[in-house]
Design a protein around this ligand. Structure first.
Ligand code: FAD
Ligand code: NAI
Length: 329
């Protein structure tokens, strides 16, 4: 059976697009909304003087059989490739090689290539911040920050981070309360680009007991094309929380210092640097909800915070939202 009006999906991160693709494949009409200028959310990439940079998700792993299968399809279509960095870890300031067998995937030539390809020609409104979701007698209407109304819609799928989702779930107080109970932690991300390659073997590094918790060398990822040696540094959740309102310049200075201390080679002043603050980077703890649903109302919420807080969890949650919605048509 087909819904009586299009299905609205708020959020064009991997969760929203996973739901959109599954619903579209089942013959449903979908319409997507995102407050940003493009798709991807926390998998988006920033264009910069140092080329495209993945400032959010760095890579992803696939453990669930359904996700493994879809990633294989993405690989066959040229959307993703395996990333096999020379991996290190740094504990108590001690840097050591830390090779493993884990398969890690990245979008090519940038992380955002995946969501962009998933979106395809589906109808989407970018730069459209939805502020209210309300239900009339039969249908849903969305209101955006410019005061414009969108609708009617038969169902609404909210695919935004939990704190942003809870405000949009007011029509179903139980769902809104569940979303509001999910704490999400911030991450400061910094990119540093050097004119000459640093004399280091490190291409990816898990860090503990440090302001940093991760570093990645952009040029080691497949399909990245830049003359500069660019690194993406992520601060730990606790450092990010403590320095939430620091200026970008000060964050760059701090994290550049921490990087120079741990990398074990000379680190000159970068030719280019930028900082980005992810306010809702990751859920403080994982959940096993899959999706939050009020099937009678036709309101659904999905996203990484409903599962593992990773790309895979977000994709699976979007699939689950679509499955539950289709079940009730
Ligand atoms: P999002 O990607 O956040 O998408 C939500 C979308 O909703 C956004 O595009 C947003 O603009 C939009 N939106 C929100 N509110 C509104 C509104 N009111 N109106 C309209 N649009 C709205 N995962 C991994 O697996 N591996 C990693 O290495 C990894 N590293 C990470 C590093 C960082 C710094 C961060 C921030 C995340 C990382 N993650 C990683 C997590 C991964 O990025 C997320 O789990 C996943 O991308 C979440 O997808 P999502 O669709 O649930 O949410
Ligand atoms: P994964 O299996 O590569 O990593 C999981 C965790 O295992 C790592 O965080 C690390 O602590 C450890 N680990 C894995 N391989 C290691 C190695 N070779 N040496 C030392 N430690 C190793 O990937 P998975 O499970 O898909 O996790 C995704 C990654 O995304 C994690 O690293 C997670 O921290 C990160 N992430 C970061 C967010 C942020 O806001 N900074 C948000 C969400 C996820």
């Amino acid at each position: 059976m087909s819904a009586t009006a299009p299905i609205a999906i708020i959020g064009t991160g991997i969760a929203g697009l996973s739901a959109a693709q599954a619903l579209h494949a089942a013959g449903q009409e979908v319409e997507l909304f995102d407050k940003s200028r493009g798709s991807g959310g926390r998998m988006s990439s920033k264009r910069s003087d140092a080329g495209s940079l993945d400032l959010g998700a760095q890579y992803f792993t696939a453990r669930d059989r359904r996700f493994v299968e879809v990633v294989q399809q993405w690989q066959a279509r040229g959307w993703v490739a395996e990333w096999t960095p020379s991996l290190y870890h740094c504990n108590d300031g001690l840097l050591s090689a830390s090779p493993d067998e884990q398969v890690r995937w990245v979008g090519i030539p940038r992380m955002s290539a995946i969501t962009r390809a998933m979106l395809g020609a589906l109808p989407v409104h970018f730069s459209c911040h939805i502020t209210e979701v309300f239900r009339g007698e039969q249908h849903w209407t969305l209101q955006d920050a410019e005061g414009q109304s969108h609708g009617p819609f038969s169902h609404v799928v909210v695919a935004a981070p939990a704190p942003q989702a809870s405000a949009l779930l007011a029509a179903a107080p139980k769902l809104a309360a569940a979303a509001a109970s999910v704490a999400m932690e911030p991450t400061w991300a910094v990119a540093l680009a050097f004119d000459s390659p640093l004399a280091s073997q490190v291409e990816g590094c898990f860090v503990q007991d440090n302001p940093l918790d991760w570093l990645a060398r952009n040029r080691s990822k497949p399909g990245r094309d830049t003359a500069l040696d660019t690194w993406v540094l992520h601060a730990s959740s606790s450092w990010s929380k403590q320095h939430l309102d620091l200026s970008k310049e000060a964050v760059i200075e701090h994290l550049h210092g921490a990087f120079a201390e741990l990398i074990g080679c000379a680190v000159p002043a970068p030719a280019f640097s930028l900082a980005h603050r992810w306010l809702y980077a990751r859920p403080a703890s994982a959940h096993q909800w899959g999706v939050l649903a009020d099937a009678n109302l036709g309101l659904y919420a999905c996203g990484d915070w409903c599962l593992s807080g990773r790309v895979e969890g977000a994709w699976l949650s979007g699939q689950e939202a679509a499955r539950r919605l289709l079940e009730h048509l």
